[in-house]
Design a protein around this ligand. Structure first.
Ligand code: HEM
Length: 220
């Protein structure tokens, strides 16, 4: 169909409601509203590590893929940044007691499955995390710095700092152009949009399990 809306618009629209839901989830609002202790941020950052290890674990292979390859950009890589943050937040032995929540394990497993078997589906996961980190992630960084007195753009919030990206607005424009050039037929397009919705749902599931672990403090 020649009048099909651009894929970048389609995926944003398809996930808009879920974005609002994720943004306003109890865990996010309580954590960023200052109702939870810093340990909630440690726990959240630890869960992100499993997610980004899954996202970035097959970049060597995916970078040669005709569909997913153009999205594999070293300046987006977050695993090393998360590790620096975790050393700062938890200590050098951060890995010892870190376990994925069931929702995190399921999410990471789905990313790995797509990375191995369905590069187009992998793009939906890539979009959901990296474009979000370049957008709302900046709000999270500022709030975390203030709430827990973390060094500005330093250890503890490096995950949110994309020094190598340069101009995030320009980067996002290029990224959307890449999305719009994807050679999808109608069926594949629909399947990838569904995978985007699944990616958002899997993020919300992680937030729900985190919320259960961190009930908000009652005002005294
Ligand atoms: C407190 C939490 C959050 C805040 C404050 C927030 C805020 C924002 C804002 C302001 C934008 C628009 C930026 C722009 O137009 O360039 C955005 C975009 C985006 N966010 Fe979030 N967000 C949050 C959580 C999340 C979560 C949990 C996800 C998914 C895991 C996510 C994924 C995205 C994506 C994919 C975009 C890009 C949409 C597009 O233009 O295609 N966000 N976010």
């Amino acid at each position: 169909m020649s009048d099909t809306i651009p894929f970048s618009t389609a995926i944003r629209t398809a996930t808009e409601e879920q974005h609002t839901e994720a943004e306003n989830s109890r865990f996010m609002s309580d954590m960023l509203g200052g109702a939870l202790g810093v340990d909630s941020y440690h726990r959240y950052t630890g869960q992100l590590w499993f997610i980004y290890r899954a996202l970035e674990g097959r970049w060597n292979h995916l970078s040669d893929d005709p569909v997913a390859g153009p999205f594999i950009r070293p300046e987006l890589a977050r695993t090393a940044e998360l590790e620096r943050d975790l050393i700062h937040l938890i200590g050098p032995a951060w890995r010892e007691d870190l376990q994925p929540l069931p929702a995190t394990a399921a999410y990471a497993a789905r990313i790995v499955e797509c990375a191995h078997q369905w590069p187009a589906g992998y793009i939906a996961h890539h979009y959901t995390r990296y474009l979000g980190d370049l957008s709302g992630g900046q709000v999270i960084r500022g709030t975390a710095e203030k709430l827990w007195n973390l060094p500005h753009r330093g250890d503890g919030v490096r995950f949110y700092v994309f020094d190598a990206v340069g101009n995030p607005a320009a980067f996002k424009r290029e990224y959307r152009a890449l999305l719009d050039q994807l050679p999808f037929d109608e069926l594949e397009r629909r399947r990838v949009l569904d995978e985007g919705k699944r990616a958002f749902a899997m993020n919300t599931a992680v937030f729900e399990e985190l919320a259960a672990e961190f009930p908000a403090r009652r005002p005294s």
